[in-house]
Write a protein that binds this ligand. Sequence first.
Ligand code: PA5
Length: 451
Amino acid sequence: MKSVNVRIDKIFAPASAVTAADIDALRPEIEQANELLHSGKGKGNDFLGWVNLPSSITEAQLSEIQAAAEVLRGEADIIIAIGIGGSYLGAKAVLEALSGSFDSLTAPKKGVNPRVVFAGQNISEDYTWELMEAVKNYDIATIVISKSGTTTEPAIAFRIIRDQIEKRYGKEGAARRIVAVTDESKGALRKLADTEGYKTFVIPDNVGGRYSVLTPVGLLPLAVAGVDIRALVAGAAEMEKLTADAPFGENPAMLYAAARTALYRAGKKVEILASYEPKLQNIGEWWKQLYGESEGKEGKGIFPASVTLTADLHSMGQYIQEGERTLFETVIRIAEPAHTFKIEADKENLDGLNFLAGKHIGEVNKMAILGTMLAHVDGGVPNIAVELPKIDAHTIGALLYMFEKACGISGYALGVNPFDQPGVEAYKKNMFALLGKPGYEKEGEALRARL
Ligand code: PA5
């Protein structure tokens, strides 16, 4: 089985109003959009560094990341990765996907089992206090990640964590325990890192935040957590080649982009990314940022939502089955679980489950996946299947790249620049004005009058 296979045959149900002929008709447009990503002639073409990124990562770069990771693993029980948006979600998603669901029950220990936790992705006072409490009896280090080097949330977290590290280990010790991932020359973080002599990694200029998981932004925290970053990059590189070369019908990124574009044009405005593996929940968060920030502009774009099933069948299932018919579903399906667990026969059978005796839980999950798919399709929710043979670093790398490529293609088909995010500035301006940042006095006054 390929690393990632996309099936779109279940979007052709009558209620979806999309036919195989619609997909055929879209083919030239989708192929052209894919071509634009390679020729660099489309919108936002100064941010296309991610297109050939996986295949251009060198062994020397990977070794440098791995070496820095080893230093942090040797110094600290807990490594705090600071970042937000594209400087956070990729590492969090991959780490969760490739970790044991209950790893947090094992005590963190430097050199053996150091743990990566996240900060700077919110401005919650309680989160900050609880984090600092949680790490106070452990040795800590930090990776601070910000492309601009000026984002408020991670900057606040870094100020607090740096202060803590300097108090505990002194300036010299801090320099061994702090690694910055930022722009090559611009921004406050670059200046600070150079002044303090921190080890740094560069986020390439031509790779935007939400496409940066395969740069040191994602790779360094993942290497620290013990993820096989070489396999991750190799999986992505394989998908880079496939999505560049394969014809439309065998090209997962083009098929996925075509299906969602056709569905959007047929009135399906909300896409729900579903998976039946709880450890893929944060792949959904990463995917939501990728598609939401890339497509949601100029009054257009599919609204990306996500669910984890079967859990959410008991919360969102009712809406998906019978609510407003503007939805379609993209379901990540894993062919083989990593572990087996059999349901045994019970002498008394009081729970009536003996019809399942001898089956693995995965078989029950599989039937839930298929039964739910048919129920949703019958209820008017078209279904795209994204199939992976298993969850490992290689297939997750391929999945990430497939979604990135399809996002670029879809954005071009939508007619927007998928690589900017002008709308993100509005809240920042208001927040600065309300906080009394110098230069924002007038705006602050006007806003306060409205509250
Ligand atoms: O995708 C993006 O560009 C954003 O989500 C950024 O990653 C996010 O705002 C964080 O920015 P920075 O890395 O500059 O702190």
